[in-house]
Design a protein around this ligand. Structure first.
Ligand code: PMP
Length: 428
């Protein structure tokens, strides 16, 4: 031992503790239990469902034609051949990879064209794309804030923003969803105590389909001097008369918000994320955000598809009108059937709140068996007893498809509520 000790120049380590097995992870154990309960109830697994074709308002899953309410393809871009053709042309020109970070390996014209189009869409000076929406939120938030700052966020913000907030090292506060009085109380309490304050909200909330009062947020920003960041992942293409997002609802200029963030993966039917704002903000992002400096550029084919999709969205605003008409029709019809659509304003996201997770899981399973793909959202994605069937509405759904889906949902929920599952749920 002493020879070993002197050879290494340090004392022998204390007896090592073996790291726990992956099987002992609590999340893994819980999942196994849920699967077991699902098997006993004869339920399929709602996660990782497979589509055999392009998923839009309709799809084919495991050989079965379905009406699809489980896709973010809000304005029918995935069914349109033009973005796919633009992507194929970009593959012929550039291949499928940008190879490395743009800082070192350079960019393709389609990157700058897409960013110019996004900046114009938000009525701001510049924009920058990243390989994913999730990476965008993480990178952007953690780059502009640090330990002397405060981040205040709506309690319903997406995981990607939460991770960015955690990584930033800034102090954190959160306010009850859309409760701007609660936000103001925090702002008053913390005024003057930090180098900077960042307030993070979403333009259209993904679990509930509601929007923030951007007018008041901008007024608060003027009063308290914070930076305002809006995640428009579900706003673009869905909210505002022509799909320009929440700022169009309130008729505000792009510069009213400091940091616009969004994703290419929803209405634009591609993959990737972006940030838009002042030229200085984007310069900081280009040279300092880890997702830009240390990560590969967006694949040129994905940038080309997103650019074409954005052009289509601008040239064919009737898609947005159709989507919003569909969303309103869907929400009103669900409500007329006596079901709870929560906070939804009736655009692309309409939850049908059923209560217990088991009810949502069983209803989703039965809906699929009857030809409708609707995903259940359960705790911890939403608060306990707020489990829901989340319907994503598309401009391409027909009224008949929506009406049949609602009638079928009502039938299924009635059956479930009169069946053995309800007793089980009440006993739980
Ligand atoms: N923000 C919000 C509000 C989201 O809903 C999502 C994804 N569902 C993201 C960011 C991340 O985007 P992506 O899936 O493109 O990485």
């Amino acid at each position: 031992l002493s020879a070993a000790k002197s050879a290494l120049g340090r004392s022998a380590p204390a007896k090592a503790t073996p790291s726990p097995s992956f099987e002992s992870f609590s999340g893994y154990k819980e999942r196994q239990m849920v699967r077991q309960i699902g098997k006993l109830q004869n339920l399929g697994d709602p996660t990782f469902r497979e589509h055999d074709v392009r998923a839009g308002a309709t799809s084919r899953m495991d050989g079965q034609e379905v009406i699809n309410f489980g896709s973010y393809d809000y304005v029918g871009i995935n069914a349109d051949p033009r973005p796919a053709a633009a992507a194929k042309a970009a593959i012929d020109l550039y291949g499928v990879s940008a190879s490395a970070s743009r800082l070192t390996a350079g960019q393709r014209p389609v990157h700058t064209q897409l960013e110019a189009a996004l900046a114009e869409h938000y009525d701001v000076e510049a924009a920058l794309t990243f390989v994913s929406g999730h990476a965008t939120n993480v990178s952007v938030i953690a780059t502009i804030t640090g330990k002397n700052d405060l981040i205040i966020s709506d309690s319903y913000i997406h995981n990607s923003a939460t991770v960015g907030i955690q990584l930033s090292g800034a102090s954190r506060r959160s306010f009850t969803h859309n409760d701007l009085d609660a936000l103001e109380t925090i702002l008053a309490e913390t005024a003057g105590k930090y180098r900077a304050t960042l307030v993070v909200v979403e333009g259209h909330y993904s679990m509930d389909g509601d929007i923030p009062d951007l007018q008041r947020l901008v007024a608060l920003k003027k009063q308290y001097g914070f930076w305002l960041m809006v995640d428009e992942a579900h706003g673009l293409g869905c909210i505002g008369a022509t799909g320009k997002g929440v700022r169009e609802v309130y008729d505000l200029p792009g510069a009213a918000v400091d940091v616009w963030m969004g994703t290419l993966s929803k209405s634009l039917g591609s993959t990737g994320g972006y940030v838009a704002g002042s030229a200085a903000l984007i310069d900081i992002m280009k040279y300092e955000a880890p997702g830009s400096v240390y990560s590969v550029a967006l694949a040129p084919n994905l940038a080309a598809a997103a650019l074409k999709a954005l052009e289509i969205l601008h040239d064919e605003p009737e898609r947005v009108t159709r989507l919003q008409d569909n969303g309103t029709f869907f929400m009103k019809t669900v409500q007329a059937a006596g079901l709870d659509t929560g906070l939804s304003i009736g655009s692309s996201i309409v939850p049908v709140i059923v209560g217990h997770s088991a009810l949502a899981m069983a209803a989703s399973d039965e809906l699929l068996a009857r030809g409708f793909n609707v995903l259940p959202i359960v705790f911890p994605g939403v608060p306990m007893n707020q489990a829901r069937l989340r319907f994503f509405i598309s401009s391409e759904h027909t009224q008949e498809q929506m009406k049949t889906a609602i009638d079928t949902t009502v039938d299924i929920l009635t059956d479930l509520k009169n069946g053995p599952l309800e007793t089980l749920v009440q006993d739980a």
